[in-house]
Design a protein around this ligand. Structure first.
Ligand code: CUA
Length: 185
């Protein structure tokens, strides 16, 4: 055995380690770039809203009572749409939002974990019992968009979906209470 062998061995180990470090570095850089790129250009961000709500009394008091669900233009002019995700339906089944205007979606669940996405938009969030899921967005195209539940929530999961009806701002006419519903338009 020559004396140089251990030294060469060390060098090979160092070479392999540097190669792996470089590979991992490239992966991390690529991942971060994708996250930053989608956040800047498509407004795709991880949900950041941490807001507690009691799932046991969700439909009995406060924000998510039956009468308060759906789309409402708040006092300040902000359009807010409230939806309850429950096994195995959304309440309401159809909501109306105006195009090209900031809309806030607020969802909550009284039973199990659901998830929503609105096809063709950046809206995509989990709906976890005990929390209010909130998404700010602007719908740019008019039409009926499918909003399916995308988290397996039980046997009726595949039948759980709603419609988000995006209408031109001119046709978006709130009633005296600031409400707009699919039935009335
Ligand atoms: Cu709700 Cu799947």
């Amino acid at each position: 055995m020559s004396e140089r062998q251990p030294e060469m061995h060390q060098r090979r180990i160092l070479g392999t380690e540097l190669l792996w470090s470089f590979g991992v570095g490239v992966l991390i850089a690529a991942t971060l770039s994708i996250i930053i790129f989608t956040a800047m250009t498509m407004s795709v961000n991880p949900p950041s809203n941490v807001e507690h709500v009691d799932p046991k009394t969700l439909h009995l008091s406060n924000e998510f009572t039956e009468a308060n669900l759906g789309t409402k233009v708040e006092a300040g002019g902000q359009v807010t749409t409230r939806i309850v995700a429950t096994q195995f339906a959304f309440d309401p089944q159809c909501v109306i939002v105006p195009a090209n205007e900031p809309v806030t979606l607020r969802l909550s669940s009284p039973d199990v974990i659901h998830g929503i996405l609105v096809t063709g938009t950046n809206v995509n969030t989990m709906v976890v019992p005990g929390y209010v899921s909130q998404v700010h967005t602007v719908f740019t195209k008019t039409g009926d968009l499918l909003m399916p539940c995308h988290e397996f929530c039980g046997f009726g999961h595949s039948q759980m979906w709603a419609t988000v009806r995006v209408i031109p701002r001119e046709s978006f006419r709130p009633d005296a209470d600031g409400r707009v519903t699919c039935e009335k338009s």
